[in-house]
Design a binder for this molecule. Structure first.
Ligand SMILES: C[S@@+](CC[C@H](N)C(=O)[O-])C[C@H]1O[C@@H](n2cnc3c(N)ncnc32)[C@H](O)[C@@H]1O
Length: 205
C-alpha cells in the first residue's frame, strides 16, 4: 500500500510535534548517540521524537500491534468493530514499517514485549522507554524483564506516570528489588491534554 494513499486520521504526520514539553523531557533526561529501545510504539509518534531528539546509534522499536493486547473489553464490541479495529492496527503497523524502511539504524520487532526482551543480552541498552501495556501487572512485568537489559548508568523511563497503575508498579518494583532509585517525571497538571507530559525516568536517590 502506498503511504500517500493512507488517509486515516490516526495516521496524521507526527513530524509536526506539538508536544514540546515531552520533547524537552526526552532531550534533558535520555542519552544522546546511544543504543535505545521503545517498548510500545503504536503509530510511532514517540519513536520519531526519540529519534529526532536523541540521534540514537541504534533504536529498536517493539510492538505486537495485536488487538488482544489492547486494554479494551472486546465482549462489548461487535464483530465488525473488532475487525475494523484489527485492520486499523495492522495499517498502523504497516505505516510504522514504511516510515523506517530506509533507515538501518532503526530496527522494528513485531513481538510481545516479554518475548522480545529475551532477544537481548543483559547490560545492552543505554536507554529503555516503556509504553506498552498499562495495567499494574503488565508494567511490573515489563520492568522485571527489561531492567536487566539496561547498562549500568543507563536510563530507564517511559510514559503515563499519571496512571496510578504505572506509578504503583514502578514504586513496588523499586522497593521489592531494593533498587535505590527514585522517579523524576514531568507531570505538571492533573488535567493533562494532548500537549501535556507524563513521562518518567529513574534517577539516583
Ligand atoms: C500507548 S501505545 C504506545 C504509544 C507510543 N509510545 C507513543 O507515545 O507514541 C501502546 C502500544 O503498546 C503496544 N503493546 C501493548 N502491550 C504490548 C505487549 N505486551 N507487547 C508489545 N506491544 C504491546 C500496543 O500495541 C500499542 O501500540
Amino acid at each position: 500500500m502506498k503511504k500517500d494513499n493512507w488517509d486515516f486520521n490516526f495516521l496524521e504526520n507526527s513530524n509536526n510535534d506539538k508536544n514540546k514539553e515531552r520533547s524537552k523531557f526526552i532531550r534533558d533526561n535520555f542519552p544522546q548517540n546511544s543504543v535505545g529501545i521503545e517498548i510500545g510504539v503504536n503509530r510511532g509518534r514517540n519513536s520519531e521524537r526519540l529519534y529526532n531528539e536523541l540521534s540514537p546509534k541504534k533504536l529498536y522499536l517493539v510492538d505486537n500491534w495485536d488487538i488482544s493486547y489492547y486494554e479494551i473489553n472486546m465482549e462489548l464490541m461487535s464483530e465488525l468493530e473488532i475487525e475494523t479495529m484489527s485492520n486499523n492496527i495492522n495499517t498502523v503497523k504497516l505505516f510504522v514499517e514504511d516510515l523506517w524502511k530506509d533507515n538501518d539504524d532503526v530496527i522494528i520487532k513485531v513481538s510481545d514485549s516479554i518475548s522480545a526482551s529475551t532477544d537481548f543480552d543483559d547490560n545492552y541498552f543505554d536507554f529503555i522507554y516503556i509504553d506498552a501495556g498499562h495495567t499494574y501487572n503488565r508494567i511490573y512485568d515489563d520492568l522485571t524483564y527489561w531492567y536487566p537489559k539496561l547498562k549500568t548508568g543507563g536510563v530507564l523511563g517511559g510514559h503515563d506516570y499519571n496512571h496510578m497503575t504505572v506509578k504503583k508498579a514502578i514504586s513496588d518494583f523499586l522497593t521489592s528489588n531494593k533498587i535505590p532509585m527514585k522517579v523524576k517525571h514531568c507531570i505538571t497538571s492533573v488535567a493533562l491534554d494532548s500537549d501535556g507530559c507524563s513521562d518518567w525516568v529513574l534517577i539516583n536517590k
